[in-house]
Ligand binder design. Structure first.
Ligand code: GLY
Length: 556
C-alpha cells in the first residue's frame, strides 16, 4: 500500500467543528465535519492544510487516493481468489489461516465472487474480468430454479444481475426472469410476504435480509416478467417496514407470521444477540434495501424508512464507523466486529445520499459513508500485510449459533467494492476547468460541442469501437477527474478510456472503465493527477449497441 495512505490515525482529541482545521477541510474538499460526531483524522487535516496553504486548487485528495488504492488492492485480492478457488465452488469466509472456505452454489453467498468480477470489470474496463465473471457465474445458473429459500435473489442478482446491466447479455436476462418466478413461488398471499425458508405451514418466518432480494422481482417486472412480481415485492416490503422496523428506526431480525391469518406471531432474532437487540448486518440490509426500494418505486414511505434506519445506525455506530456484530455492543466491547455490516451500510448510505432530496441530510449520509470507507481502508480492517485472501478482515457471519466470527467474508468484500464505485456518483465541489475547444473522430449527426453546453438533453455520438471525443483546455492544466454523462446512462453501460496529452498527439491512457447504467447524470471518474492540455475519451460502445453517446463532460 502506498505510504500516503498510512495517514489513517484517529485523533484522541476532538476538534470543534468551528476549528480552523475543520474550516480548512470544508474549503479544501467539500468534506464537512460529521454532524453527529466531530472526531476526524490527523493525516487528512494535515494534508489539506498543506494544499490550501500552497494556494493550489484542491485536486487529488487523500480520499481519492484511498479509493484508487482500495480498488487496486481489491483487484489483486480478487485475482488471487479467482486463481485459488476452483470454478465449481464458491468462497464464503476465510479460515484461521486466512484461506477461503468454500460452499456449493446452493448457499446464499455463491453469487458474490462473480459480482466482484463484474464490479472490477466496471472499475477497469478490462475484458479479462468480464471473462472471469462469466465463468464464475455459470455454476450459479442452476440456482434460478432453487426455491428452497429467498436467497435466490442474493445468488442470482449480484452475479447475473450485474452481468446483464453491464453487458446486456440476453441469457443473463432469462436467468433473472426464471429466478424471479422461482422466488415468487415463496409468496403467500394470506401473509402478504415471501417465506424466507422453512416450513410455510408451521414456521412462516421472514428475515430482514429478504429486503435485498426484492430488487430481483422489481427488475423482472420491468423487463418482461409479470406485473405481479412488483406487487409481491411491494407487499413484502410494506410488511418489513411495518413489522421489522421499530419506531425508533432499529430493526428486528425476524418476524414469524400465522400462515392462515397473516397476523404477527412473534418478533425476534436468529442471528442477533437477543430478540430485542439489533443485529448489525440486519440493520445494514435494511438501510441498503429500503434505499433501493425508494429508487425503484419513488414511494416516499420507503425514503422515510431508509432515513430512519440510517439515522439509527449513525447514532449508534462505534467511533470507527464499524459496528460490533450486534448493536448491544459498543465502544470498548471485546465482542467481534462485523466489517461486512459497515460495507453494506456504506454502500447504502451512498445511494441514500444520491437520492435524498434534503441537501443537509444528503451531506450527512455522504460524509458518513466516506468515513466508513476510510475506516475500512485502514490497517485495522483492510487485509494488507496479512495472508488473508479476503479484502476486509473482521467480518462476523454468524456469531451466536456457529461461533463464526472474525473472518474475511466474500459479501463484505463485494459491498465494499460496490461502495467504492458508488463514490463516482458524487461530483467534486470545485469548479470544472474551462474547455476552449471540442473535436471528435466522427459523429452520428450531433456536434461534439453538445457535450459542453450544460444540457443533458443534447448529445454527441459516434458509432464503432475507438471513436473519440477530445477536449482542449487551452493551456497545460492539472487534470484529476473527468465527469461524464452518457445518453440513456440509466439503461446502458458504456465502456471507455480516459486519455490525456500535452500536445494532442502523444496520449497516455489513465483509466479504462464502464459507466454504471444507473444514472443519466454525470459520474465522476478519478485519475491520478496528470499535466495535460488535452483530454480524450475513447469509446468502446455500450451494453446495447456500438455507439458512444455522451451528453455532458466536465473536467476537473
Ligand atoms: N442471510 C444473510 C446474512 O447472513 O446476512
Amino acid at each position: 500500500m502506498a505510504t500516503s495512505l498510512r495517514f489513517f490515525v484517529p485523533l484522541t482529541e476532538e476538534p470543534s467543528s468551528n476549528s480552523p482545521g475543520a474550516e480548512t477541510m470544508r474549503a479544501g474538499t467539500g468534506h464537512r465535519p460529521r454532524p453527529w460526531r466531530t472526531r476526524t483524522r490527523l493525516g487528512l487535516v494535515v494534508t489539506l492544510v498543506a494544499v490550501v496553504a500552497a494556494g493550489c486548487r484542491p485536486v487529488d485528495t487523500p480520499f481519492d487516493r484511498l479509493v484508487r488504492d482500495d480498488l487496486s488492492f481489491a483487484a489483486a485480492r480478487v485475482a488471487t481468489t479467482e486463481s485459488v478457488v476452483p470454478s465449481s465452488v464458491y468462497p464464503q469466509e476465510t479460515d484461521a489461516s486466512g484461506m477461503w472456505k468454500t460452499t456449493p452454489p446452493s448457499i446464499w453467498t455463491s453469487g458474490f465472487l462473480a459480482g466482484l468480477d463484474w464490479e472490477l470489470y466496471r472499475a477497469t474496463g478490462s475484458t479479462a474480468w468480464r471473462a472471469l465473471a462469466q465463468v464464475r457465474q455459470s455454476g450459479v445458473e442452476s440456482q434460478d430454479v432453487n426455491t428452497a429459500d429467498h436467497d435466490i435473489g442474493f445468488k442470482v442478482f449480484d452475479s447475473f444481475g450485474n452481468g446483464n446491466r453491464l453487458t446486456g447479455n440476453t441469457n443473463s436476462a432469462s436467468v433473472l426472469l426464471t429466478a424471479a418466478d422461482s422466488l415468487a413461488t415463496l409468496y403467500d398471499p394470506d401473509v402478504g410476504c415471501l417465506l424466507s425458508w422453512g416450513n410455510p405451514n408451521t414456521d412462516f418466518k421472514v428475515v430482514i435480509d429478504s429486503v435485498m432480494n426484492l430488487e430481483l422481482l422489481l427488475w423482472a417486472s420491468k423487463h418482461g416478467g409479470p406485473a405481479s412480481l412488483r406487487t409481491i415485492a411491494i407487499s413484502h416490503a410494506k410488511h418489513l417496514q411495518r413489522d421489522h422496523v421499530r419506531a425508533d428506526g432499529s430493526t428486528f431480525h425476524a418476524v414469524w407470521y400465522d400462515p392462515t391469518t397473516g397476523s404477527v406471531l412473534r418478533k425476534g432474532t436468529l442471528q442477533g444477540n437477543r430478540d430485542n437487540s439489533t443485529w448489525s448486518r440486519g440493520q445494514a440490509w435494511a438501510m441498503h434495501g429500503f434505499t433501493m426500494l425508494y429508487r425503484e418505486t419513488g414511494d416516499p414511505s420507503f425514503l422515510a424508512t431508509a432515513r430512519s434506519t440510517a439515522d439509527w445506525y449513525l447514532a449508534h455506530v462505534p467511533d470507527d464507523m464499524v459496528p460490533y456484530w450486534d448493536f448491544d455492543f459498543t465502544d470498548g466491547s471485546t465482542e467481534p466486529r462485523d466489517s461486512s455490516a459497515a460495507a453494506i451500510a456504506a454502500s447504502g448510505l451512498l445511494e441514500l445520499a444520491r437520492l435524498e432530496p434534503d441537501g443537509q441530510r444528503a451531506n450527512t449520509y455522504l460524509l458518513a459513508a466516506d468515513a466508513t470507507l476510510t475506516s475500512l481502508s485502514s490497517h485495522a480492517y483492510r487485509s494488507d500485510g496479512t495472508s488473508n485472501q479476503a479484502i476486509l478482515l473482521h467480518g462476523t457471519r454468524f456469531k451466536k449459533e456457529n461461533n463464526d466470527y472474525d473472518t474475511g467474508l466474500i459479501f463484505g468484500d463485494y459491498f465494499f467494492v460496490e461502495a467504492l464505485l458508488r463514490v463516482r456518483w458524487f461530483a467534486p465541489t470545485v469548479a470544472p476547468l474551462t474547455v476552449s475547444g471540442v473535436t471528435a473522430s466522427a459523429t452520428d449527426g450531433f456536434p461534439a460541442t453538445n457535450t459542453v453546453d450544460g444540457n443533458l438533453a443534447t448529445r454527441w455520438s459516434a458509432t464503432g469501437d475507438g471513436q473519440w471525443i477530445r477536449y482542449d483546455l487551452g493551456s497545460k492544466q492539472n487534470v484529476d477527474k473527468v465527469g461524464i454523462a452518457f445518453d440513456l446512462g440509466d439503461q446502458r453501460a458504456s465502456r471507455f478510456d480516459i486519455q490525456t496529452s500535452l500536445d494532442g498527439s502523444a496520449w497516455t491512457t489513465h483509466l479504462g472503465s464502464l459507466s454504471s447504467a444507473t444514472t443519466n447524470a454525470l459520474e465522476t471518474y478519478d485519475i491520478p493527477d496528470a499535466s495535460a492540455r488535452y483530454v480524450r475519451i475513447v469509446g468502446h460502445g455500450n451494453s446495447v449497441d456500438a455507439r458512444t453517446a455522451i451528453t455532458e463532460v466536465k473536467i476537473y
